[in-house]
Write a protein that binds this ligand. Structure first.
Ligand SMILES: Nc1ncnc2c1ncn2[C@@H]1O[C@H](COP(=O)(O)OP(=O)(O)OP(=O)(O)O)[C@@H](O)[C@H]1O
Length: 240
């Protein structure tokens, strides 16, 4: 399977300072259509790892390559369009739902694909919403889904999903999972999910990573009928 993102010797010091590392010398590869669940104890750096992969924290250009090009070769803004981080806490802009959905096209001077936006909104279970409604008045779970659809409209190569269904009821959670699964199949994107839910990880992922004490290990169980080329998602020498 074709490689999208290659990570080599990625090291991140603990944000609290000192000599300790959140993770050290991580090596991994993300392939086309991968769906990877990252799990591990709270506070061991899962969200930080996603933000680093999205080039939102520190300068790790030498360690990250997308389609064989580093962050600095793409430029950080272009990189973030291609490797999109979706945070757990919705960060909607002031204004209506429509203002939020059209934000990506406005920022990137693209035509807004209303039909696609409406389809995705419907699929995640928000088909009844009036787009002229104030986004601030939405529930936490509705905001999470608006933010997710807004990110999907960027049509990135990789979506980094940081507990993106944590505020949802069981039915809405399944709707979001199904929407993302279809998106991955249709668009060939890769999904990386941070989730604390073992059941969700099993439902959505074909590869499983575990981050603890600075070490990322991979579980080679694979669904979807393909085997990993190597047990490549294994880091070395982590320390806290
Ligand atoms: N801005 C920051 N300033 C100081 N420390 C930070 C900052 N961001 C994260 N940390 C610390 O870095 C460590 C890793 O945090 P991170 O949120 O990446 O962990 P996590 O595995 O995603 O946790 P959780 O499962 O609870 O979401 C934690 O000890 C956290 O307190």
């Amino acid at each position: 399977m074709q490689s999208l993102l290659v990570v080599k010797n990625l090291t991140k010091k603990h944000p609290s300072g000192g000599a300790s590392h959140l993770f050290k010398e991580l090596n991994m590869e993300v392939r086309l259509k991968d769906s990877i669940a990252i799990q591990g104890p709270s506070g061991h750096g899962k969200s930080t790892l996603l933000r680093v992969l999205a080039s939102l924290e520190g300068d790790h250009s030498d360690c990250l390559a997308l389609h064989g090009r580093s962050v600095s070769a793409w430029g950080p803004c272009e990189w973030r369009k291609k490797v999109c981080y979706v945070p757990q806490q919705p960060a909607l802009v002031p204004g209506t739902i429509e203002d939020n959905l059209t934000l990506v096209s406005k920022l990137h001077h693209r035509k807004f694909d209303q039909k696609l936006a409406a389809k995705l909104i419907d699929e995640v279970g928000l088909g009844e919403l009036d787009w002229s409604q104030d986004a601030a008045a939405l529930s936490g779970g509705q905001k999470q889904r608006i933010q997710l659809v807004r990110s999907m409209l960027l049509e990135s190569d990789i979506l980094l999903l940081d507990e993106v269904s944590s505020a949802l009821d069981a039915q809405s959670k399944l709707a979001v999972e199904a929407t993302l699964k279809k998106w991955r199949e249709d668009k060939g994107v890769a999904l990386i999910w941070v989730t604390h839910e073992q059941d969700q990880a099993k439902r959505v992922a074909n590869r499983f990573w575990y981050l603890e004490n600075g070490v990322l290990t991979s579980d080679t169980i694979e669904k979807d009928g393909h085997l990993p080329p190597q047990d490549e998602a294994v880091s070395t020498g982590g320390e806290m």
